[in-house]
Design a protein around this ligand. Sequence first.
Ligand code: OAD
Length: 238
Amino acid sequence: MPMFNGRFVQRLVVLTGAGVSAESGVPTFRDPDGLWEQYDPMDLATPEAFRRDPALIYRFYNSRRARLAGVEPNAAHLALARLQREFAGDVFLVTQNVDDLHERAGSPQVCHMHGELLASLCGACGNKRPTDQPFDGASACPACASRGSLRPDVVWFGEIPYFMDEIEARLADCDLFIAVGTSGLVYPAAGFVRTARASGATAVEVNLEPSDTASLFHLQRRGPATEQLPALVAELLS
Ligand code: OAD
C-alpha cells in the first residue's frame, strides 16, 4: 500500500483552485493581476448581476470561454492526471476552476464544483449542454428553444456549488487531502480541509504563499504548482 509522510494512504482527495491554472495563463481571482482585483464580483458573478445587466455577464463569460482556446494545460495539471491514472488507490479530483485544463491534461475524473465555462444552463428547462461557442440573450436553448434563458453553467455567489453530497462523502473517507492553488477564502471549498481532518486525513497545502486556512494543514509545499505538484506526485507514486 502506498505510504506518505509515514502513513499508509489509500484514498486521496485533491482540491484545485485558480493557482493550478495560473501558469497556463488563466488569471486567478485574488492575486494582484486577478479578475476580482479588476472587477467587482458582485457585478459579474451573482444571479442579481445577471438579472440587472445580462449583456455584461454574457460578454464577460464569452470572453473568458474564448480565451481558453489559447491556453494549454501545464505540468501541474499533467502531474495530477498522472496521479489519477497511476496511484494504487483512489484519487478524487475536485476543482473550483471552470476551465477544462484538467480534462485536457488527461484527468479521467474531474468534479467541477463551480461549474464549467464550456457549458450552458437553461433557466427555463434546466438543460445543461457543452458548448465552446459564444451565446447571449438572443440565443435559443438547444433543448426547449426558449430565448433569453441561457446562462453560463457556472456557480455564482449566493448559489450552492454542485456535487456537494459526493464531495462531503469523499472527504469523510479520505486519508490524504491536498489543496492546490486556492486562497482558502471561498466556502464551502475553504472548509474541506476541516472535514478531511475530522476524518483523520493528513492535509497538504501547495501554494505560492500561505492561504487563509494554511494553519489547518499539516504540511506546506511552498512554490509554483508546476514545480511542487510533479515532485509531490513523484513522491506519492514512488
Ligand atoms: P484565488 O484567486 O482566490 O486564489 C488563488 C490562489 O492560488 C492564491 O492562494 C495564490 O497564492 C495561489 N497561486 C497563484 N499562482 C500560483 C501558482 N503558480 N502555484 C501555486 N499557487 C498559486 O482563487 P481560488 O481560491 O480558486 O468562484 O478562488 C476560489 C473561488 O473564488 C473561485 O472558484 C471563484 C472565485 O470567486 C466563483 O466564481 C464561484
